[in-house]
Structure formats: C-alpha cells, structure tokens
Design a protein around this ligand. Structure first.
Ligand code: GLA
Length: 383
C-alpha cells in the first residue's frame, strides 16, 4: 500500500481527507557503533518507509490504527501513559510524550500507520515510525520544527520512553537523507555532508532473517564498555570526553593498561571513525577498490573486536566476496542478525541477488530476503 491507497483507506475509516507523513528506514554503509561515541557514520535513507495518514479531531483523543500491526489504540492527550505499553505504538506515544513534556499542547487526531520497513532487520523501522509520528503530530498542531530537531526529539523518545539507548544515526538520516547520496554525519556536532553514490552501483541489502535474543542487552553492554574505556583515557588525557577524542597513537600506547575486552571495544571505535571519514573520501572520489577494503575491515573489526556479528552475518558477507560485480559489503546496523549491505555493479545486481540468496540458503537452511535499494530522500509531509 502506498500513499494514495493509504489516503483512500483513511477516508473510508474517518470520512475526511488526510495528510500523509513519510519517514524512511536506512542502511549504514560504514561507521558502526560510533554514533554514541560522538563519532562518524555514513548511512543512506532507503525507500522502505513508514507512512502515516493523519487528520485532526475535535476532542483531545489520539487514535492510532494500523492494518498490519495488531491493535487499535486510543489515548487522551492530557493523560498519556507514563510507562511504555510494550506494543509498537510506544514509538508514537514516546514522541507524543516528549512533545507534551516540552510544552506542546498537541491536537487530537486520527493516525493510520502503514509500515513497510522490515521489522527487526536492522533497517531502522523504529526510527522511521518515530519520525513519521513526530511529523504527523507537529503538523496536526501546526507547529513545524526543523528536521534536525525532530531527529533529536525522536532519539530522546526512544532513549527515555522505549528504553533503548540508541545513538542519533537512524533518526537523523531518516529526517535528512537525500536521494542518490550517502550521508557523512559527525555525531558530535551534527554537521553533515552528502556523498554521492557512484551511479554504476546498486545497494543490495541481504536480510539474514535472524535476530538473536542478546541484541538489546548486548547493545547496552557495548555502550557501557565504551564509557568505561573513556574513563581510563580521561585519566591519562583529561580533555577526552568520548572515544571520538582518542587517537590511534593514544590507543596503542595504552594497549596493556586497559582490560583486554575494553581495549578491543575502544580499538574498534577509534579505527572505525577513521575508516568512515576515509570511506567518504573514497566514495566521493569514485575509488571503489578502497571502499571495498574499508568495508571488509569494518566487518572484521565488528566481528573480532566489537563482537556484534554472528555466524549468519559472516556467511552472508563471505558469500558476497565470491560474486561478480561485488564492490564492498559488511554487516549493517546494531548486529546480532539483521542485514548485510553490499555495493554491487548495477549490471551484476540481479545475478548477485539470486546467487547470494542461494548460497545463504544452502549454507544455513534459512530463506533470506534480498532487497535492491537506492538511496532516497528523508522524511516529508504531503497532501
Ligand atoms: C542501532 C542504533 C544506532 C547505532 C547502530 C550501530 O541501529 O539505533 O544508533 O548505534 O545500532 O551503529
């Protein structure tokens, strides 16, 4: 279902013509587990999006309905739940709650939510629903907000209401993505630059169809390990506030002074930051050979030092290296399952998709999904 059908369905349900907000999911080309370390990331928004058809109500109710996610929800805007409900509508409620806390009165409304970002695949379905909700709620209230601020608001909702300590990457690229471009974001200053994707390559995203249980708890453990690393480095160099500030020289100098696990985590982050800015240069200069090396190093570091890969992801990554047209690939997103991202020459992309699926199916017994994606624009509202 796309926007016109969603609008039609909304009219059938609520007998008024809606406006529609759209927010995309993302794929991260490089810069993994760096965002919450004040570092660099290079994602792109993709066409999978969450669409919300919305229209005002005359009372203070917020009605949230979806045809594919279960449950219909009704809330009083003046008495929103203070605790998460454990359902998908927490992403909407979290955003509404933060807006209320910030003094927005909000207006009653009907929301019809349609999500096409695969869930649990590491393509940021949660950021997409948060951003689409924020745009809908702000628009109902006729209070536009600059998109970078929308991104920060949505991250806050996920951190404080949903309870996931995510960084800013997903919400930011969902808001600010640009068609045909990846996006080099400095997660400290929030300065960014668009990096054109070479026209001869496609993004091929391969979904392992697994998401291991530990994903959420281990994400928070990795964050805590990075914070522990910062405490050590700050003792030696008081100006250090985040792993972003640690140089390769400083890292190497203290290799034997840190607990081995903490050193491995720090080593991943410090080198991944460097790889990400190098990758932006390589991509902008059309140097796909260098990009391929950097993506491979990134995957190996996530596997061996940050320890967030899994055997299904490793199989998918290794399989890609044997196929024609492959210009670089790695796991993407938080890890422990989800997707790999691959740059593949357009002429080879169909064959690549079929062969990698076959390889993965034979090696694991699991039927994967393979998506040929392009980089798309970020969030928008339309009538
Ligand atoms: C998840 C989080 C992001 C980021 C990645 C890892 O997608 O939502 O903020 O930390 O993991 O790079």
């Amino acid at each position: 279902m796309k926007a016109p059908q969603l609008a039609q369905r909304f009219e059938q349900l609520f007998a008024t013509r809606p406006r529609i907000s759209r927010a995309p999911g993302r794929v991260n080309l490089i810069g993994e587990h760096t965002d919450y370390n004040d570092g660099f990331v290079m994602p792109a928004a993709v066409e999978f999006s969450v669409y919300i058809a919305f229209g005002p109500r005359d009372d203070r109710k917020l009605l949230i309905h979806s045809e594919e996610f279960s449950g219909d929800f009704e809330f009083d805007l003046d008495h929103l739940p203070q605790q998460r409900t454990g359902t998908w509508c927490d992403y909407v409620l979290g955003v509404a709650g933060i807006l209320r806390q910030r003094g927005h009165k909000l207006r009653g409304g009907n929301l019809l939510v349609h999500g096409e970002v695969p869930i649990g695949a590491g393509l940021s379905s949660s950021a997409a629903i948060e951003v689409a909700s924020a745009l809908a709620l702000l628009n109902l209230d006729e209070r536009p907000m600059p998109l970078p601020d929308v991104a920060k608001l949505c991250q806050q909702a996920e951190n404080t209401f949903v309870g996931a300590r995510v960084g800013i990457m997903d919400q930011f690229v969902s808001c600010m993505g640009k068609a045909g471009h990846a996006f080099l974001l400095d997660c400290r200053s929030l300065d960014f630059e668009f990096v054109p994707l070479p026209t001869e390559v496609d993004l091929v995203v391969c979904n392992t169809m697994v998401k291991h249980e530990v994903a959420a708890s281990d994400y928070n453990t990795r964050r805590a390990e990075c914070e522990e690393g910062v405490q050590y480095f700050a003792k030696w160099e008081p100006s250090i506030r985040a792993l972003r500030d640690v140089s390769v020289e400083l890292l190497d100098r203290h290799k034997n002074d840190l607990p081995p696990t903490i050193w491995k985590r720090c080593s991943h982050v410090v080198h991944e930051n460097q790889r990400t800015t190098d990758a932006a240069r390589a991509l902008a200069g059309g140097d796909l050979g260098r990009m391929k090396e950097l993506m491979r190093e990134s995957h190996e570091s996530l596997r061996d030092l940050y320890e967030v890969s899994c055997w299904e992801l490793d199989i998918m990554v290794e399989a890609a290296h044997t196929l024609p047209g492959f210009c670089g690939g790695r796991m993407t997103g938080g890890g422990f399952g989800g997707c790999t991202v691959n740059l593949v020459r357009r002429d080879n992309a169909s064959e690549f998709s079929a062969r990698i699926a076959e390889h993965y199916r034979v090696a694991t017994g699991i039927e994967p999904q393979v998506y040929r994606c392009s980089a798309e624009n970020g969030a928008q509202i339309f009538d």
